[in-house]
Ligand binder design. Structure first.
Ligand SMILES: C[S@@+](CC[C@H](N)C(=O)[O-])C[C@H]1O[C@@H](n2cnc3c(N)ncnc32)[C@H](O)[C@@H]1O
Length: 1009
């Protein structure tokens, strides 16, 4: 029997998913991203929606099982919550959405709330938390909503089982679902309310076995979903939430530990427990009583009920470890003058002035503010005496011209003698003997917010004492993506800590090992140890000498705020024993919140620490779906940067998970990335490696999966996509659906930079037979038609720029992937690379269709669409010029359309365009010049001149001149260019009238209203 298409192959509410994904980025408490840092996490709404839509059929497909259509009819069709839009709110026209089963299903996944619909239609905004309607699957609040989860799981259950038992009715399947699920709830109830269930007994063992059997029997009738690149665990988390058998692999041991903490342990162990009073006292003693009172108010005299055993234990043991560590090293963290524990000690690195007659030790400060918020300004005011540099703390603003920073991109200007010491000289000093450090301020917390002090002599004495210790010797990779701190002398991971930071971390890990060594290594205790190690990682990352102090927010910033570690010249040494953000106590809180927020779900994921691509891992066609998010080519060096954590996890979890920590550092060779520094600095070798690994992994997946493979990818380069598509096609699959999902729009400007997309594109693939041969001419035509349709639809939905062009790749490949070979007229085969360039060109042409300007104007508008006004890499210009344009790239620079700065370039502003006085003055010149000329005149305020110019180039409202202005108005980011364009357009009627009436010679002032 032919199977129906899955929903993801025909429709997805991408606008709604994008909106909730933007919101997801700002959700903190209880969110998976706050458990432990991992890079390039996918937003949960995208993951939940893609898993769901990969498992349920399209109800309008002729082959959709009747039971599934009946399920939608019963569960969604009568509920007004899931009624399709009376008028689609994000389109300009009146267009009611037909009320059919597919649209009901889409509305269940995500629907804009009624107030949001009204606002969208009226062009108003809605707070992000109110945009998606309560009761929709993707909404954050739905993640533990039993009603929504039941609907989603039941729909998946019916879809899965109806395919296997076509004769079963919806009612039969729904009854079976309820029976199977209720058996789990009953078994949970029996187990979790048995007093002292932590103690081994035949009764407890039997109840545990009953629960396990109930979960297995339910999940046997649910689909299985695998993520071969599980990372921080977002996809397995969502697959398990939906009740599926959920599997995840990651090659990286750090990711694996995070996955255990995020998708296995809270769901398994974060459950209620009841202790008899005596047992509670024996286990926890007085500290346990205090914690109980702190958390729940009163301490019962009889049985003690703890709602979440795991979170209670993590908190109890973390506090115990912290108290033991403070007793050992607390004296190294002196209190301030008022006896308070400071938040941080603020250090500046210093360098020696290269002037031989000066040689002052100069703090390498770029600026002097400690606090620079709207309502508060505090700064370090230097007092210079000969070559001695001291500071006092002052409130208020300082004059940045009179007191410029002493460090400009690493070059130091000495405030004592004015000499400049070059960045290279300072690097040499850093590498040969290390830069010295000067304690410049103490940061404390008070009821009035942060307070700043100059350190007293006694504090200085304590903090300046040298501590003898061994530094972790594991090596840092010199070239991680986006930064290289080895030139500053950072060669080993141990170099990232001050002596005190390291002493503290050693003491904490030793204390951890002393406590854990007595444990019985049960699965539960291993889970506990895992969270305590995650907690130590969180503390380590905020305790480095490359952390930063944000004067704008008055907080500590981790060195990993980007995907690489940047050099800093001043840093806050955080006090782990204080109570503020950044303290060890505060770090426990994040972990507790995560555990408690994910303990509600009954199903955990099975995660494996291995390189994916092992065919034998799952039997042939055993998996229902694969949903995954592979590495984005060369964008992130996961193994290199995660070594920071590996160093500490090896010391805490090495004996608990010996198999995961056998290598001295994280495994690099099998990582599926295209990082040239792992491949003899050869881009070609790196690309080949990435393609080979990806093909191997997709090949295994094709063998193991029965239905759909959904792949999310977020890279805009054609090269990265070529490699991805080659691997999909080589693994005998073809693309059947392609969806861009935007996650950043709320904060996005048109100034896009960097290789990673602001959105990700999800492509759904299926095993497919590639048949026969087709001519390039026909395939090209089919691709152009498909891409044009796609561009128009996505443009309507608000997608722009590189995101829009990249989103068309899936469409192009699906057309191409139908054939064994596609040949050009000369008999040569078309490559995927050529095909994607064709897709880009077709998309670009579709975007500029209807705009018949000259090539320079098309270039300007097209570039603006794609790259905005921000900096882009130099290579992009050459590539861009090839896309459907016949302009010469050197001409583009000569004509000041692009401005080059170093190896970057940006689109010229109108002010940067003018080459000479006659620029843009005649109709022979490109339209964009005529427009920019008008903007220059308008800004200058000479009405006679603007009328004179318009008489030549834009005296009719329908003239191309005004159409170019209208395009600019839509595309320009906020700024001076947009201001001039808006003003010209809003004055257009009056200007056109005046130049027609011949007022050119009359001197009048400009009307700027
Ligand atoms: C884009 S990330 C996944 C992020 C994840 N979706 C999340 O939301 O956290 C890609 C992951 O692939 C992993 N990886 C790279 N090569 C691998 C391989 N050969 N086998 C398994 N995992 C691999 C990396 O360690 C990284 O965690």
């Amino acid at each position: 029997m032919t199977k129906a298409k899955k929903l993801i192959e025909v429709a997805l509410p991408i606008k709604e998913i994008s909106a909730e994904s933007v919101r997801d980025k700002s959700i903190r408490h209880g969110h998976i991203s706050t458990l432990h840092l991992w890079w390039a996490r996918r937003p949960l709404p995208v993951c939940r929606a893609v898993v769901f839509a990969s498992l349920v059929p399209d109800p309008l497909d002729a082959n959709c099982p009747k039971a599934f259509c009946d399920a939608i009819q019963d569960l969604l069709a009568t509920n007004p919550l899931y009624a399709p839009y009376p008028d689609i709110p994000y389109t300009a026209i009146y267009d009611p959405m037909p009320d059919n089963l597919r649209n009901r299903l889409l509305m269940f996944i995500g629907k804009f709330s009624s107030p949001c619909q009204q606002n969208m239609l009226a062009g108003k905004s809605t707070p992000s938390k109110d945009q998606i309607q309560e009761g929709c699957l993707i909404k954050w609040e739905s993640k533990n909503n039993p009603v929504v989860l039941r609907l989603a799981r039941l729909l998946i259950w019916v879809a899965y089982n109806a395919e296997r038992r076509p004769e079963a009715t919806y009612q039969e399947l729904a009854t079976e679902f309820d029976l199977a699920f209720n058996a789990i709830k009953e078994a949970e109830n029996n187990l979790y309310h048995t007093p002292n269930r932590h103690l081994a007994s035949a009764d407890v063992e039997s109840k545990e076995a009953t629960l396990q059997a109930a979960i297995e029997s339910f999940q046997k009738r649910m689909p299985s979903v695998f993520d071969p690149f599980a990372g921080g665990g977002a996809i397995p988390l969502e697959a398990a939430r939906l009740g599926c058998r959920s599997y995840g692999n990651d090659i990286n041991p750090v990711a694996h530990i995070i996955e255990k903490g995020s998708v296995e342990f809270p769901q398994k162990y974060g459950k209620p427990i009841t202790y008899t009073h005596d047992e509670f006292m024996a286990l926890y003693g007085k500290d346990g009583v205090n914690l109980h009172i702190e958390k729940f108010g009163v301490m019962p005299t009889g049985n003690v009920e703890i709602p979440n055993r795991l979170s209670f234990d993590v908190e109890y043991y973390a506090k115990k470890l912290l108290a033991m560590t403070e007793a050992e090293v607390g004296h190294l963290y002196p209190t301030d003058e008022k006896g308070n524990k400071p938040v941080a000690y603020y250090w500046a690195r210093t360098a020696t002035c290269s002037n031989p007659s000066c040689q002052a030790e100069v703090p390498l400060l770029k600026q002097f503010y400690l606090a620079n918020t709207k309502s508060k300004k505090v700064y370090l005011n230097p007092i210079i005496n000969g070559t001695d540099i001291q500071f006092v703390i002052k409130q208020g603003k300082y004059n940045e011209e009179e007191l410029p920073g002493w460090n400009n991109r690493g070059n130091m200007t000495c405030p004592c003698c004015g000499s400049v010491t070059s960045v290279q000289q300072i690097k040499n000093e850093a590498v040969s003997k290390g830069l010295k450090e000067k304690l410049t301020a103490i940061i404390s917390e008070s009821s009035n917010g942060k307070q700043y002090y100059i350190p007293s002599a006694s504090i200085n004495n304590i903090l300046s004492k040298s501590i003898k210790l061994e530094r972790p010797t594991e090596k840092m990779a010199p070239h991680t993506t986006g930064g290289d701190i080895s030139v500053w002398g950072y060669k080993k991971w141990g170099d990232m800590f001050s002596e005190r930071q390291l002493f503290f971390l050693h003491s904490l890990t030793n204390t951890f090992n002393k406590v854990v060594i007595d444990w019985n290594k049960s699965n539960y205790q291993n889970a506990l140890a895992t969270f305590l190690s995650i907690w130590i990682d969180r503390i380590a990352v905020i305790n480095t000498n490359l952390s930063r102090w944000s004067e704008l927010r008055e907080t500590l910033v981790s060195p990993f705020s980007k995907q690489a570690i940047a050099m800093t010249f001043d840093y806050p040494e955080s006090n782990p024993f204080c109570k503020s953000s950044g303290s060890a106590i505060n770090q426990i809180d994040w972990i507790i919140r995560y555990i408690e927020s994910e303990s509600f779900v009954e199903f955990s994921s099975l995660v494996v620490n291995a390189s994916s691509g092992e065919r034998g891992q799952f039997k042939s066609k055993m998996l229902t779906a694969v949903v995954t998010d592979p590495p984005y080519y060369d964008a992130i060096a996961y193994a290199d940067i995660s070594d920071f954590f590996y160093v500490w996890l090896k010391r805490t979890l090495g004996s608990i998970y010996p198999m995961n920590f056998t290598t001295p550092q994280t495994p690099k060779a099998e990582e599926c990335t295209a990082l040239k520094h792992h491949h003899n600095n050869s881009e070609e070798e790196a690309k080949k490696h990435f393609e080979k690994k990806l093909t191997e992994i997709f090949d295994a997946i094709e063998y193991q999966t029965s239905d759909i493979v959904s792949i999310m990818f977020a890279h805009q380069s054609t090269e990265a996509w070529t490699t991805l598509c080659n691997s999909i096609l080589s693994a005998r699959m073809n693309i059947t659906g392609s969806w861009p999902m935007d996650t950043e729009r709320a904060v996005r400007t048109l100034a896009i930079a960097g290789a990673a997309l602001e959105s990700s594109v999800t492509v759904s693939c299926r095993p497919s037979e590639r048949n026969g041969y087709e001519s390039f001419k026909r395939v090209k035509k089919a691709i152009e038609t498909k891409v044009t349709e796609e561009v128009n639809a996505l443009y309507e939905l608000g997608f722009r720029g590189a995101d829009l062009l990249t989103a068309c790749f899936g469409q192009a490949v699906s057309e191409f992937g139908k054939y064994e070979t596609v040949e050009k007229a000369d008999g040569s085969e078309v490559t995927v690379g050529e095909l994607l360039e064709l897709a880009r060109t077709a998309a670009f042409n579709a975007l500029l269709r209807g705009f018949d300007g000259d090539e320079y104007t098309r270039f300007y508008i097209g570039w603006l669409q794609m790259n905005g006004m921000g900096d882009t890499d130099f290579d992009d210009a050459a590539k861009f010029a090839r896309v459907g344009m016949s302009v010469n790239i050197s001409d583009i620079f000569d004509k000041h359309l692009l401005i080059r700065t170093g190896n970057k370039q940006h689109l010229a502003t109108y002010k940067e365009r003018a080459i000479n006085n006659t620029f843009g003055s005649t109709t022979d010149e490109p339209l964009i010049n005529q427009v920019h000329k008008a903007m220059i005149i308008w800004e200058g305020g000479d009405r006679r001149e603007i009328l004179h110019h318009l008489k030549k180039v834009g005296k009719e409202a329908s003239s191309p001149f005004w159409r170019v202005l209208a395009s600019l108005k839509e595309l320009l980011p906020e700024g001076d260019d947009l201001k001039q364009v808006r003003e010209l357009i809003s004055n257009s009627a009056n200007l056109i009238q005046d130049c027609e009436k011949g007022y050119i010679n009359t001197q009048t002032s400009l009307n700027f209203e």
